[in-house]
Design a protein around this ligand. Structure first.
Ligand code: ATP
Ligand code: PRP
Length: 218
C-alpha cells in the first residue's frame, strides 16, 4: 500500500474531464487509493466523492481544467498538453507528465493543396498554437477558429490546412487527408494550483509523489 493515499483533514479538489482523460486517469488514481464513488457517465453530479476521505473530483470540460486550477477552484487538475498550450494563462505548476491520452498535434491537409496567393488558411481549435507555430516558421497564415471536426474544413474549401490531434491517423485517412508536420507530442499533465501547493502542501505533495511513483512503475 506504499502508494495509497492516506486520509487527512484537508479537502482536496481534483479537476478532470469526462471521456478519454477520465477513463485513462482512473486506473492511475485507483492505484493511489482515489476511486470515485459514482460513475460520471451515469451520474449527473459534477462533484464526485471518492474513496479517499476529503478528496473530491470536479467533472468539467477539458478546456476548463486550467481555469479551475489557476483560480484555485480546484487544487489539482488533469489536462492534455494541447489544452495547456492553448490556454492563455500559465499561473499553475505542472509537476508531472501522466503519460496518458498520448497523441500529437500536427499539421494536415489534402495531399495536393493549392495555396491561393501563397497564403495558408488553417482551420483549428488550437488557434493560439497554430499562430505561434506559423509565426515561428515565418509563414503567413490565416487561422480560422473551429470548435471540432476540423477534418471537414479542407473537404469543403474552408481551409487548406488543419492543426489537430492525431493518434492512429485513422480520422485523417478516412477523410483523405495526410499529415505534413508534427508540431509537438501530447500527453496529459497533472497541474497544481500555486497557493494549494503551500496551504495544502502535505496532502497535495503526497498525491503528486504517489502519482509519480505509479507513472514510473508503468
Ligand atoms: P470537449 O469534449 O470538452 O470538447 P475534447 O473533445 O477535447 O473536450 P477528449 O476528446 O476527451 O475531449 O480529449 C481530451 C484530451 O485527450 C485532449 O485534450 C488530448 O490531450 C487527448 N486526446 C484527444 N484525442 C486523442 C486521441 N485521438 N488519442 C489520444 N489522446 C487524445
Ligand atoms: C480526436 C482528434 C482527431 C482524432 C485523432 O478526436 O480531434 O479527430 O481524435 O485520432 P486518430 O488519429 O486516432 O483518428 P476524438 O476522437 O476525441 O473526437 P472529438 O472530435 O469528439 O474530439
Amino acid at each position: 500500500m506504499g502508494n495509497t493515499f492516506n486520509s487527512n483533514p484537508d479537502e482536496v479538489m481534483l479537476a478532470v474531464s469526462k471521456g478519454r482523460i477520465f477513463e485513462q486517469a482512473m486506473p492511475l488514481l485507483e492505484r493511489i487509493g482515489i476511486t470515485p464513488t459514482d460513475d460520471p457517465d451515469k451520474s449527473r453530479k459534477l462533484v464526485l466523492d471518492t474513496t479517499a476521505p476529503g478528496v473530491r473530483l470536479l467533472v468539467i470540460r477539458a478546456t476548463d481544467v486550467p481555469t479551475y486550477v489557476e483560480y484555485g477552484a480546484a487544487d489539482l487538475g488533469i489536462a492534455g498538453k494541447d489544452v495547456l498550450m492553448e490556454y492563455e494563462g500559465s499561473d499553475y505548476y505542472e509537476p508531472l507528465d501522466l503519460k496518458i491520452a498520448q497523441c500529437r498535434l500536427a499539421v494536415a491537409g489534402p495531399p495536393q493543396a493549392v495555396l491561393v496567393d501563397g497564403r495558408t488558411r488553417v482551420a483549428t481549435k488550437y488557434s493560439k498554437v497554430a499562430r505561434e507555430y506559423y509565426a515561428r516558421l515565418g509563414v503567413q497564415a490565416e487561422v480560422i477558429k473551429l470548435y471540432g471536426s476540423m477534418e471537414l474544413a479542407p473537404l469543403v474549401g474552408l481551409a487548406d490546412r488543419i492543426v489537430d490531434l492525431v493518434d492512429t491517423g485513422n480520422t485523417l485517412r478516412a477523410n483523405g487527408l495526410v499529415e505534413f508536420e508534427t508540431i509537438c507530442e501530447i500527453s496529459s499533465r497533472l497541474i497544481v494550483n500555486k497557493a494549494a501547493m503551500k496551504t495544502k502542501h502535505k496532502r497535495v505533495s503526497a498525491i503528486i509523489a504517489a502519482l509519480r511513483a505509479v507513472v514510473k512503475d508503468g
